[in-house]
Design a protein around this ligand. Structure first.
Ligand SMILES: CC(C)(COP(=O)(O)OP(=O)(O)OC[C@H]1O[C@@H](n2cnc3c(N)ncnc32)[C@H](O)[C@@H]1OP(=O)(O)O)[C@@H](O)C(=O)NCCC(=O)NCCS
Length: 177
């Protein structure tokens, strides 16, 4: 599919990933890592074997209120989003989320749709607060998160180190009533 042909939301389908998706997820992560400096890994990708990735996906699926979601266009995995949370009584009102989109599909609304999906899943799971971290220079992602109501709550210094340069990250949060 060409970028400009993405016309409506129904062209993307979302589903929870499971262990059977391990190889495709690794291929996705290894690709997206080389396309951006705004993730916690770069072109070196993820060093997991398929078997290790299967375990990660199985654990996510079996953990209550934690999700690894894949977004598909024409059967291609084009975006991954995650929700993780704690089962501790004092922390279980909160979720941490993260998203990425393959470069070929940037700027056509895929990230926004993934964000909408994750927030609705957070609401269904009765989370009252959604948190995320974003590098201070990732203007596009910050704009996207602000569009969904996230606000900057703090700046974490020296949060990442990329080829000798430290970057800070904003902690951004969204309250859900
Ligand atoms: C950030 C990311 C998730 C956004 O996904 P996407 O599918 O491109 O996002 P969308 O198309 O839904 O929205 C992009 C928005 O940013 C805007 N935008 C594009 N380039 C921009 C820039 N340089 N600065 C500010 N805004 C920009 C677009 O106009 C659009 O705005 P709109 O919704 O008001 O029309 C995606 O680019 C990505 O995966 N990047 C690499 C990994 C990453 O940064 N992940 C987030 C880690 S916190």
């Amino acid at each position: 599919m060409k970028k400009e042909t993405l016309k409506n939301k129904s062209e993307i389908t979302f589903r929870e990933l499971d262990s059977q998706d391990a190889e495709k997820v690794l291929n996705y992560l290894n690709k997206v890592g080389g396309e951006t400096d705004f993730l916690t890994f770069g072109k070196e990708g993820i060093s997991y074997t398929i078997e290790q990735e299967k375990v990660v996906l199985r654990n996510m699926k079996e953990t209550e209120r934690s999700y690894m979601i894949g977004g598909y266009i024409n059967k291609n995995l084009v975006t991954i989003g995650s929700i993780t949370s704690s089962s501790k009584k004092r922390l279980k009102h909160k979720a941490d989320i993260g998203i990425s989109v393959l470069k070929d599909y940037w700027n056509i609304g895929v990230g926004s749709q993934m964000m909408e999906y994750l927030i609705s899943l957070c609401k269904k799971n009765n989370f009252k607060k959604v948190d995320l971290l974003v590098y201070e220079n990732n203007e596009k992602a910050i704009k996207l998160y602000e569009k969904f109501g996230f606000i900057k709550e703090g700046l974490l210094s020296r949060d990442v180190l990329i080829e000798g340069t430290f970057y800070s990250s904003y902690h951004m949060g969204l309250k859900i009533d």
